[in-house]
Write a protein of this length. Structure first.
Length: 296
């Protein structure tokens, strides 16, 4: 009867992969089976560190057997154990490697999913790494023309940016989401993403950038005729008028309440800056414009 001791299984597997005077070629098929058995044994015994190492070797074995799909599966198992152990750099590395292996199979969806799993695991401990993984996950789907499958990734990356108070980056990612939605004719999602970007700029107390973003988005016909555009226009007008109550009223409207929760939370806190100063600046610019027009 074969030994079920995972330690002995690992030793047997290692012997099968090492060349010697009596072994001229490695038996990766038998070794990989032993590594898998050992990994499951270690995991059952809650010896996660050794289970992780065994899954790494099983993944390597599947690569040697030219089976990148199975290699990716084992690498994901190793990544999940690295997460249990709190080895965050390994979490990122293993999920990246799994993604690369899925890509070798020409499978963009699981390749993207692997990066997303890594990103979710890293959001709290290493948010900047999480954003990079989310971004790469979006890249994979965009390159394969599967933008609609990336909507949750755009949302997740934007949320991390907001938590980090990187509002310009959050707005940029929302605009990227809007462009992706346009490519797959998801007009409603596109308009929501554009309006969300405007709100993010307003929350960051950057009215000029919010206005520029609004004007750019109005070049898109679908946004120009949307409810989100009309709501954004009212909101910006309230800012120009320095009308705090109107800003709060519009920010509580049903159009805003249909946006993502992370955006609704920002909108509830508008205005964040001194809108009376904005009103004074607007009045001053208007007076200067009148002076220039006065030719008498």
């Amino acid at each position: 009867m074969a030994s079920s001791d995972p330690e002995k299984l690992m030793i047997k597997g290692d012997k099968l992969t090492k060349l010697s005077l009596t072994r001229w070629s490695a038996d990766w098929k038998s070794a990989t089976l032993l590594y898998e058995q050992a990994a499951n044994g270690f995991r059952l015994a809650k010896n996660y560190d050794k289970a992780k190492a065994a899954f790494e070797k099983a993944s390597k074995g599947q690569e040697m057997l030219q089976s990148p799909w199975d290699a990716a599966k084992y690498m994901e198992s190793a990544a999940a154990l690295a997460k249990e152990l709190g080895n965050w750099s390994e979490v990122a590395d293993f999920y990246k490697r799994a993604s690369e292996l899925y890509n070798e199979c020409g499978r963009s969806q699981p390749a993207s999913d692997a990066l997303a799993k890594g990103a979710r695991a890293l959001e709290d401990t290493s948010p900047n790494d999480a954003i990079r993984l989310y971004t790469n996950a979006c890249d994979i789907l965009e390159e394969d023309g599967k933008e609609q499958m990336a909507f949750d990734l755009y949302r997740a990356a934007t949320s991390v940016y907001i938590k980090l108070e990187k509002y310009a980056d959050a707005a940029t990612f929302l605009l990227r989401w809007g462009l992706a939605a346009d490519k797959c004719n998801a007009t409603h999602s596109q308009c929501k993403a554009y309006f969300s970007a405007i709100i993010v700029y307003l929350y960051a107390d950057d009215f000029k950038q919010a206005e520029k973003c609004y004007n750019d988005c109005c070049q898109v016909d679908s946004f120009l005729s949307s409810d989100q555009n009309r709501c954004a226009s009212k909101l910006l007008s309230a800012y120009v008028d320095g009308d705090v109550e109107e800003i709060k009223r519009v920010a509580q409207s049903s159009i805003v309440k249909n946006l993502d929760h992370m955006i609704i939370r920002l909108a509830k806190q508008l205005p964040t800056g001194d809108v009376t100063a904005l009103k004074n600046d607007s009045a001053k610019e208007h007076e200067e414009a009148l002076d220039e027009d006065d030719l008498t």
